[in-house]
Design a protein around this ligand. Sequence first.
Ligand SMILES: *Cc1c(COP(=O)(O)O)cnc(C)c1O
Length: 494
Amino acid sequence: MFYKSTRSAQKANATAAQVIKQGLAVDGGLFVPESIPSLTMDEIAAMCKDSYPVRAAKILSKFLSDYTYEELLADCTAAYDEGSFVGGAAPLVHLADSLEVMELWHGPTAAFKDMALQIMPRLLSRALVKTGEERTALILVATSGDTGKAALEGYKDIDRVKIMVFYPVDGVSRVQKLQMATQTGSNVNVCAIEGNFDDAQTGVKMIFGDSEMAQKLNENGYFFSSANSINWGRLAPQIVYYVSAYCDLLASGKCKAGGAFNVCVPTGNFGNIFAAYLAKLMGLPINKLICASNANNILTDFLRTGTYDRNRDFYLTMSPSMDILISSNLERLLYFVAGSEKTAGYMESLKKTGCYTVDDDILAKIQQDFVGYFADEEATAKEIATTYAENGYLPDTHTAVAICAARAYVKDTKNTLPMVIASTASPYKFANNVYRSVTGQEPTSDLDALDQLSAATKTEIPYPLAGLAERKIRFTETVTKDQMANAVLSYLKI
Ligand SMILES: *Cc1c(COP(=O)(O)O)cnc(C)c1O
């Protein structure tokens, strides 16, 4: 299996190891597989008895053909170990009627980014060997909170890789700060910067683009790499849990072999839902993909009208991981429905004017598979309260957006096929807003909200978030934006 850029008509010639190491194509496009491998109902039926790591190795081996099945099985087994994914990697929990919640947050940071970031570093480490790379990769991350922690947990103690995370000193919550400052591992570093998230992001981009820095790293046996969500190594592992959910629906008798189901995904960068679309292209019988957005409902508008327009107000919401106006992975969908030439044109237009409109036939094609719904702040808070009171289920803020969208879809269409709703974070990850929505009261602090939510709902704080205040603080450094490059060099001692 070879990979190509979404913006190029050239024949695919990059291996999976190359694209995982490289991240972005040289023309600025995203890497896509040259063809979609098929997944038959017999194969799916056989997977029903498999563990999650075996299901994952089987699916990944169809895409990562330059990795052996044994390598993939070893990595999947290590990544989705029961010690780190307590209660299973992607269990289904019945919500009500046709609605099933797929919990993707049982990993070491209690959010769904773990599903990809626990495996991708292992794939990168092997990619370095496969591509004959002798240097060590230095992963640089600018984070507004959650991605930094998930990346640190994923890359810690991985061979031939080091990671350094920058976060804005006043731009993350106390919980997030503690999570990062107490990070364990021999190859990790965390540094606060004076400024906001944009300052951190700009600083990291400047370091990436600085040729003197690159040379200095090279002379000392290092090169820069990123843990970006548009990397194919983060996307491919996300296909697995949709197949796994279907296996579970078959096993429980909620679906008969070949019977269709719906999927609803709380969406930001369009990575998670795009992975579900790939599963559908492979042959998984998904009827509709429901794309759920918060008040930043640019995708809802696009799926309804065919116009993607980022010239609009930006809202900070209680589901911050979906506060996005450029959903990068949408480019991959455009490539599959409209081809590389049109995709390159749309992206050019987006860059120049912040806007593009797809042709009617392309919109019609997209609407065969996708439908968009959104929940604003009031609807999200109400959904948390109702789902808890009426279904006895405590969703996080992002999951609540998806539950709200799923209910709206069922109401509008009267479609009663089983609906798998992706739950992307533990309610404790966003404990303050969940506590507020459920009790109508203010928590006494961001950190206290964890215990208060636990007491109010008689549910348990998941292990990654329990006892945070007692953990040993390892990283206390704060630098200005101008000192970021120096911080990198002094971390590497070069
Ligand atoms: C990243 C994230 C999302 C959005 O996923 P995309 O793949 O970017 O669409 C949703 N919920 C949570 C909790 C996340 O961390």
